[in-house]
Ligand binder design. Structure first.
Ligand code: AMP
Length: 483
């Protein structure tokens, strides 16, 4: 088979670790990226968490670092050679654990540093010397300033989940970190989408990168039927109900643009007798977990959520996604509707468009390079909205300047990010977060016969969260091995 790990001529120490992981063949991102990274070229990869991208960059990177492995106890013999940057501590911890497993039969050392933890143990580890350093940007800068981390011998830097790092506002931190690195190096950038900002970042810091895409980033799956229905705000719930009834759809995600709107819509739908739960940044971790579990078990039919709360969730086989609000950011449209029509299953994505949304729909058209027709769905009673011809999305129909322009960043809930960018630290400090590891890793459905996680006695957490992070009781249940 062409995608077998044995074709890679990995060093026996790495091949043994891979074999122990039980991987039979490479995932698509691995098959494409590993041979390129092995040549030392820069890479711009479009891949999300869950595609096997950690091994895609870390295996070739470790292979190339093997020339430096040595048994010396002197820290000077173990300078940082590879730096992996991630947006959240859960992701950093997850990636660091994987790297540790791949490197376990080598003499290469790795460590992880992230915010919200005592600096001292991290400092001790850094002072002993590590070849591979996994970090979140803010905490890394703290260590650089404290002279705990010296980066002048870095040969490889990985910007993982780069789009999320930019979303959170880490760009200035990244720029500072990159300024400490030698110019002569390999840079690997992974992002879910190639937005203009990501392209700009790549243009500034990557040299002739090879682009690798496992699923074209700004393309919507052909298995998703996309519908755009004109609807005044007051009619939107009726449109949803009609689509659900007409199509016999049992479960759906409904996306809204604000936390307030999310709660309000969930309550309205609930009052109308639909089994609904809300998922947004102001919900407690416990409430979020209960909502997810109930949706997964079919006790809840409609999950109303905001983009930030839903990010990183990989609930499979959702038959339909509704955009109650057209997203402010066209890329969120791609993310949202990517939750249906997965793995070859057909899905339905319905976007409810009010007259002021014309420009936002135009942005989506541009991004996905597809002409979108806004239809009028005949409701039982006459729609209260304007005549259909008013709903056009051609350029001339679009309002000049959108009332929503720039709103998305204001919407960003800093409590959904753990390592707040440094420029925000001095003044505004968000309340401490209970960030769900759940929201930073793919969501796997549990088997039908397990009791709800909030009822179950928590079992030993799965290895995906280390002793560095104190697992919350309810969260621990989500990492149990028998999910
Ligand atoms: P990642 O996208 O790197 O977070 O990986 C997601 C999960 O896929 C991790 O649990 C990996 O251990 C697993 N994985 C990575 N590569 C492979 C592979 N070739 N075969 C099977 N599982 C894999």
């Amino acid at each position: 088979m062409t995608d077998s790990f044995s074709n890679l001529s990995l060093a026996p120490t790495l091949a043994r670790a891979v074999a122990e992981m039980g991987y039979e063949s490479m995932t698509p991102i691995q098959a494409q990226a590993i041979p390129v990274v092995l040549t030392g070229q820069d890479v711009m990869g479009a891949a999300q968490t869950g595609t096997g991208k950690t091994a895609a960059f870390s295996l070739p990177l470790l292979q190339r670092l093997l020339k430096h492995e040595n048994p010396s106890t002197s820290p000077a013999r173990h300078p940082v050679r590879a730096l992996v940057l991630l947006p959240t501590r859960e992701l950093a911890d997850q990636v660091a654990q994987q790297i540790k497993m791949y490197a376990k039969y080598t003499q290469l050392r790795s460590a992880v540093v992230f915010g919200g933890m005592d600096m001292k143990p991290q400092t001790l580890e850094l002072k002993q010397g590590v070849e591979v350093l996994v970090a979140t940007p803010g905490r890394l800068l703290d260590h650089i300033e404290a002279k705990n981390a010296v980066l002048n011998q870095v040969e490889y830097v990985v910007l993982d989940e780069a789009d999320r790092m930019l979303d959170i506002g880490f760009l200035p931190d990244l720029q500072r970190i990159l300024s400490y690195l030698p110019k002569q190096r390999t840079t690997l950038l992974f992002s879910a989408t190639f937005s203009p900002e990501i392209k700009r970042l790549a243009g500034s810091y990557l040299q002739n990168p090879i682009t690798i895409e496992v699923a074209r980033p700004n393309e919507t799956a052909s298995t998703v039927e996309q519908r755009f229905y004109a609807a005044q705000d007051d009619d939107k719930r009726r449109v949803i109900r009609k689509v659900l009834d007409d199509r016999g759809i049992k479960q759906a995600f409904i996306f809204v643009n604000s936390k307030l709107g999310c709660g309000r819509l969930a309550r309205s739908l609930e009052r109308e007798g639909l089994k609904t739960a809300a998922l947004h940044g102001d919900k407690s971790q416990d409430e979020r977990l209960k909502a997810l579990e109930a949706f997964k078990k079919g006790e809840v039919d409609l999950l109303v959520c905001t983009d930030v709360a839903a990010r990183g969730l990989d609930i499979k086989d959702v038959p339909a996604v509704f955009n109650f609000d057209v997203p402010y950011n066209a890329e969120d449209y791609v993310h949202r509707i990517g939750r249906t029509g997965r793995a070859g299953a057909s899905g339905l994505a319905v976007t409810l468009v009010s007259p002021s949304d014309a420009r936002l729909v135009g942005d989506i058209e541009k991004l996905i390079k597809k002409k979108l027709d806004v239809e009028t769905l005949q409701l039982d009673t006459a729609p209260t909205g304007p005549a259909p011809e008013k709903w056009g999305t051609r350029a001339e129909d679009r309002p000049r300047g959108s009332a929503y322009e720039g709103r998305r960043r204001d919407e960003f809930d800093p409590r959904d990010a753990l390592d707040t960018p440094r420029e925000r630290r001095g003044g505004f400090r968000p309340a401490p977060v209970n960030r769900d590891p759940f929201f930073s890793k793919p969501y796997e459905a549990s088997s039908a016969n397990v009791s709800p996680s909030w009822d179950a006695v928590p079992k030993a957490p799965r290895s995906s969260i280390s002793a560095n992070i104190k697992p919350k009781r309810k969260v621990a249940a989500l990492f149990k091995a028998d999910e």
